[in-house]
Design a protein around this ligand. Sequence first.
Ligand code: IPE
Ligand code: IPE
Ligand code: MG
Length: 312
Amino acid sequence: MTGGGPDPLEDLLGLEASEARAALEAMGLRVRQVEADPSPPRPEAAGERRAVRIRRTGEGECELMTAQRAQPSPSAARGPVHVAIIMDGNGRWARQHGLPRALGHRAGVRALRPVVRACPDLGIKVLTVYGFSTENWSRPPMEVTALMHLLVEFLRREVEELHRQGVRLMTIGDRSALPEEAREELGRAIERTAGNERLTLCLALSYGGRDEMVRAIRRLARRVRAGELEPEAIGEAEVTQALDTAGLPDPDLIIRCSGEQRISNFLLWQCAYAEFWAPDVYWPDFTPEHLRRAVETFAQRERRFGGLRTDG
Ligand code: IPE
Ligand code: IPE
Ligand code: MG
């Protein structure tokens, strides 16, 4: 880097090589990319992002030194594919800081970005986040309105960045209950990111496990009435397919922030064999480091699915 005042390229440190390259090219710079630091990553480095280094090499030119990408650690190899988070504790976080609840929710939205970013390096392919439950409609109208505004703001601000990161956005829950503005933004975001495969970010909005099951039962009943399906042909696979989560694997790990230990109507069918982790941290304070710890804890659990220990 050249000396003399802050260099705008400094802002790019911490990005991944492909992201930094795209940003440099967008600035009109020619980029020469070189590999550096071929040493194998430390096993504990899964999920860490090693900074790129950028050096101006001439007028309109720069060199991008890429650090070798951290490989998932052995524990991450047995890690959860689908992680679901109950993002709880925004209100208590706000009270702790002497702030109104709405600012707790705002801080909660802010906490999501680095957690999403950390997922692919931890081997996570699907991240489902519980943003608003069917029961949350019973909160004071002002709080509900604030939450809906935050959703629209989040979508407007983050979708392009999510798209750049290869994130596909989807929702579960009763979308028809959401305000029109939110439905429109969601429609746009889902369409924009539909082709991405690096991570699926599933937003649970106006979501309740029981409501989802009722809607699934109605879907199946309609097919029976139409003569497309025999009642005896309905098995677990047909129910799974009729749920909002059709096509997603079941969650391997459910995290509930704020220390509460209940499921609050989240993924009731899908959580049959999920591992549960409840860190004593309010959601706005939840970081990728907590996520890494969750993945590590998960890797040490023995999942038996009702069978016997594999070592006898
Ligand atoms: C979670 O935080 C966000 C939503 C339910 C929308 P809370 O608002 O439930 O925060 P606490 O539980 O009151 O601290
Ligand atoms: C669960 O949290 C729903 C979300 C985080 C969106 P709640 O705060 O609504 O759950 P309870 O009322 O404590 O069970
Ligand atoms: Mg709560």
